[in-house]
Design a protein around this ligand. Structure first.
Ligand SMILES: [Zn+2]
Length: 216
């Protein structure tokens, strides 16, 4: 994917955030990374999703030099850059405060792997990193330390970071974490959900990642 293609994908991921009910007002952002160009594209700070066009995305170098003159990047840019630099498999990142997933973050609790959908997509518990402030690289460090193989991490007392090998894959993880969080939240109103045993989690994860869908 070239930088123009990435721009279209990052725009799509951003405008889908309110459509998927993952954000309120301006409270989330999506970015994408083109390692060949050494560029990251990210939502401008405080910008209305409804007004957002692909040309509004702010272009920065992977070292954080801002190349777009007239718009400021999301204040979460340093966290996105840290994750791209330390997890080179990542090409798309989404940050939200989506409510059901963030309710687990408010408790500092991972989302337990009690559903096949969690085993499929996340391969285990969806981890919850401890609370950190937003100075320097604190958030990036906490998220990277918690990531493992899960495409989403909760950040204690804060919200959700979701990742993928494209902005669209990160969007899927952001949607899925909220969807399973809602189901588990509902289950917890009636009792304590049972965990899937590790060997069952492994079976669902490998089936989903090796055989599901239209890949050949
Ligand atoms: Zn936030």
């Amino acid at each position: 994917m070239n930088l123009d293609g990435l721009r279209r994908e990052v725009h799509y991921a951003n405008i889908m955030l309110p459509r998927c009910a993952l954000v309120t007002m301006h409270s989330g952002n999506a970015s994408g990374y083109d390692p060949e160009a050494g560029r990251v594209l990210i939502k401008p700070s405080g910008f209305d999703y409804e007004q957002l066009q692909p040309e509004h995305l702010v272009e920065v170098t992977i070292d954080g030099k801002i190349l777009t003159a007239d718009l400021k990047p999301s204040v979460d840019l340093p966290h996105h850059l840290y994750i791209y630099r330390h997890r080179p498999d990542t090409r798309g990142i989404i940050h939200t405060h989506s409510p059901y997933a963030t309710s687990f973050a408010a408790l500092g609790r991972p989302i337990p792997v009690c559903l096949t959908a969690i085993a499929d997509e996340f391969g285990g518990d969806i981890p919850c990193a401890p609370y950190v402030d937003n100075e320097g690289d604190h958030i990036g460090e906490a998220v990277v330390a918690a990531m493992g193989k899960s495409p989403a991490v909760l950040l204690g007392q804060h919200g959700v970071f979701a990742f993928g090998d494209s902005p669209r894959a990160a969007l899927k993880a952001a949607v899925m974490v909220e969807d399973v969080a809602r189901t588990v939240h509902l289950a917890m109103l009636m009792g304590e959900p049972g965990r899937l045993p590790p060997e069952e989690v492994g079976k669902w994860f490998s089936r989903y990642h090796e055989r599901y869908g239209q890949r050949r």
